[in-house]
Design a binder for this molecule. Structure first.
Ligand SMILES: Nc1nc2c(ncn2[C@@H]2O[C@H](COP(=O)(O)OP(=O)(O)OP(=O)(O)O)[C@@H](O)[C@H]2O)c(=O)[nH]1
Ligand SMILES: [Mg+2]
Length: 326
């Protein structure tokens, strides 16, 4: 099971007559809500979500079904101006995800767009809008049309939304607009229907009951990383990485061993917490969720290691499919 994709079953690939299948890349600025939307379309958590920017570090494939159509959603890292090696690798992989897809959905944070238009934007919102503009430039250069999906409409009034949609549409890189909230689901079914229509005819690419294409040990590492962000996000912005070092199915459940890498001794102390309380919390939250996702009891063992420059080490890129040499 170690290297097989996470799957809840093993139905046949191919499906009934008249099937369609293809790839849809979801691109957007950091924090636009890409992972939330992908999880919503799939109907299950396949990609981790946090309040921080740059949560998703490598493309995660989620499989959504719509009647006879199978929509393979590629959740990509947010596109922004890269500085560090990990940033460059993330941005490159986001565009690579878009290149290989039949359809590109550009997810735009409508709340941030509105705030900028009304001059009430935070610096994060301003950055988000700039990053969306960078993506528009990238789309122009590629010559491909995308679907514009305005997200977080639960936070924006209708008349404001129409003005934002119009301004975005004027860039001429879109051929359609959808207004959605990945969080409460509004508009998502319309988008799903349209994506299904756009899928080319052909056999399904995954068994109908498979929801994600991510090796179980990588998914397990991501779930633990999400809990670290949840608990210590102020103190440890991007300094942590998680590696699953052992993943074994046993008679009484799955035994998972993971190492949390941080960059400094002080960060190790933060992850451990007083008397190891923080690490204990992270471990128990992660174990609970993993048991639910994997459908079996999970025995999780966490270790914390300091490696000053883990972002500069090739091994961290290998498992995720990110390109080290960019
Ligand atoms: N109000 C509102 N918040 C949302 C919506 N969709 C996502 N969010 C919130 O936005 C934040 C970022 O969501 P993510 O799904 O992690 O965003 P992302 O685009 O995958 O971010 P990166 O992986 O960092 O690029 C989280 O706090 C979400 O709960 C939405 O439709 N409405
Ligand atoms: Mg994400």
């Amino acid at each position: 099971m170690t290297d097989t994709p996470h799957t809840s079953g093993s139905g046949p690939i191919g499906g009934p007559e008249g099937t369609r299948a293809g790839f849809v890349a979801i691109i957007g600025a950091p924090n636009a809500g890409k992972s939330t939307l992908v999880n919503r379309l799939v109907g299950q958590k396949v990609s981790i979500v946090t309040k921080k920017v740059q949560t998703t570090r490598f493309p995660v494939r989620g499989v959504a079904m719509a009647g006879e159509a199978q929509i393979v959603l590629v959740d990509t890292p947010g596109v922004f101006t890269p500085r560090r090696r990990l940033d460059r690798a993330m941005v490159r992989s986001a565009w690579a995800g878009a290149e290989g897809a039949e359809v590109i959905v550009h997810l735009v944070d409508a709340e941030a767009e509105m705030a900028v238009a009304e001059k009430t934007a935070t610096s994060a919102q301003k950055r988000c809008v700039q990053d969306a503009e960078t993506i528009v430039e990238g789309l122009k250069a590629s010559g491909r049309k995308a679907i514009l999906a305005l997200n977080k409409i639960d936070m924006v009034k209708r008349d404001k939304l129409l003005a934002i949609a119009e301004a975005q549409f004027a860039t001429s890189v879109y051929d359609q607009v959808f207004m959605v909230s990945g969080q409460n689901g509004s508009g998502v079914e319309d988008l799903r229907k349209r994506l299904a229509e756009l899928m080319p005819e052909g056999p399904w690419l995954y068994p109908a009951d498979q929801t994600a294409d991510i090796p179980s040990r990588l998914l397990a590492a991501e779930i633990t990383r999400e809990k670290i962000y949840l608990r210590v996000h102020e103190e440890l912005p991007y300094a942590a990485a998680v590696e699953t070092t052992d993943f074994k199915e046993q008679k009484n459940g799955i035994r998972i061993e993971q190492t949390i890498y941080v960059e400094r001794e002080g960060q190790r102390a933060i992850v451990l917490g007083e008397n190891g309380q923080t690490l204990k919390w992270i471990g128990s939250k992660s174990r609970e969720e993993l048991a639910e996702i994997l459908g079996q009891p999970v025995h999780l063992f966490l270790h914390v290691k300091v490696i000053e420059n883990w972002q500069e080490q090739r091994a961290f890129y290998r498992d995720t499919g990110l390109d080290f040499d960019v």
